[in-house]
Design a protein. Structure first.
Length: 341
């Protein structure tokens, strides 16, 4: 049962202590058995490759307490496959998909009381992490790795839930190079965005949007999430680019849109086309569907909608994906992975 000493309704998106995380070590070609440390700290060699050469990657997933009391993780296979691809790209031993899913189930089971009650709008956020922990002083992959999943109960990423935000494009900073690592989930992509992100926040924009690094002509993604735009005829448009992270939420929303009979286009999105969208959103595990009402680039301010209005298509997408996650709409695609207690 959920804890009674947590104010579930006022959760934001931040760290809080839970019972334990799950941890495995890879050494001499094999993964260890899992351990369940209670302390949220790890000890590692000062020469660990994650500290010096950024040999690290992570994932983001959510577990939901559904209306009928079941606890489910949303599409963990997709996150497992993405972490596998990221590990290959960063020359780390990939975590087998089955091990990843078993780890996710077990850490949720051991922290069941931190899965927010149905009806509070919260979820248990799972943050899998794979890092090089072996010492490596010459530039090369490490000989030892650690895979962990930490969990914490969370509410909305941006204050106010489904409240529209404004975004800014800062042309002096890029997120990911065309043949770089934008399509995998490494911490470096987020480090690359921090300077611009802090500047944007200081100047009044909670989120920044990146254009393609080579030409600055095409829309790529927001710092924390994918970009989606809706045309007046209801067409769902999202950028196709080698330097955009394949978001599990975006993938799911595209399928929901297609199920609803909307046209879905995954292609290059020229900057100028933003004006043609009647609704724009950031989408991702953490932000779910966050409407964007205005996008500023220098003196060009594109007003997409009213500051307080959530467009009908975004509202429908949000209600559909959350309805599936909380078990109030049929899970026709089998996206909800039940964690048996
Ligand atoms: C997620 O949506 O889970 C992410 O990993 C984005 C994160 C930077 C908050």
């Amino acid at each position: 049962m959920p804890r009674t000493d947590i104010d579930w309704g006022s959760l934001g998106f931040g760290f809080s202590d839970v019972n334990c995380h799950i941890r495995y070590v890879w050494k001499d070609g094999a993964w260890s058995k899992p351990e369940f440390p209670v302390e949220p700290y790890i000890t590692m060699h000062i020469g660990a490759s994650c500290l010096h050469y950024g040999q690290e990657c992570f994932e983001g997933m959510k577990a939901f307490r559904q209306k009928d009391g079941k606890i489910v993780i949303f599409r963990p296979e997709e996150n497992a496959k993405r972490m596998y691809r990221t590990a290959v790209r960063t020359v780390m031993p990939p975590v087998p998909v089955e091990m990843f899913i078993e780890a996710a189930e077990e850490v949720v089971r051991r922290n069941e009381e931190f899965v927010p009650p149905y009806g509070t709008g919260g979820s248990l956020y799972l943050r899998p992490l794979l890092i090089g922990t072996g010492p490596q002083i010459g530039v090369a992959p490490a000989h030892e790795y650690t895979f962990m999943i930490m969990v914490m109960p969370v509410g909305a990423y941006y204050k106010g839930g489904l409240k529209p935000v404004r975004a800014v494009i800062l042309d002096d900073w890029d997120r990911a190079a065309p043949n770089g690592m934008g399509d995998v989930k490494v911490g470096g992509n987020y480090a690359a965005s921090l300077y611009a992100h802090e500047k944007a926040k200081r100047e009044g924009w909670p989120v920044e949007l990146y254009l393609d690094a080579k030409t600055h002509q095409y829309v790529e993604e927001f710092s924390t999430s994918n970009f989606l735009g809706i045309k007046a005829d209801g067409t769902y448009v999202t950028p196709d680019s080698h330097s955009v992270l394949p978001s599990v939420t975006n993938m799911s929303l595209k399928e929901c849109a297609a199920d609803l009979g909307w046209k879905v286009e995954c292609r290059k999105v020229p900057y100028g086309e933003i004006r043609e969208f009647t609704e724009v959103a950031a989408c991702g595990t953490a932000v779910v569907v966050t409407p964007v009402w205005e996008i500023t680039r220098g003196s060009d301010v594109i007003k997409i909608s009213d500051e307080n209005t959530v467009g009908p298509h975004l509202q429908k997408l949000y209600d559909t994906v959350q309805g599936i996650q909380y078990g109030v709409l049929p899970d026709v695609h089998g996206w909800c992975h039940e964690v048996k207690m």
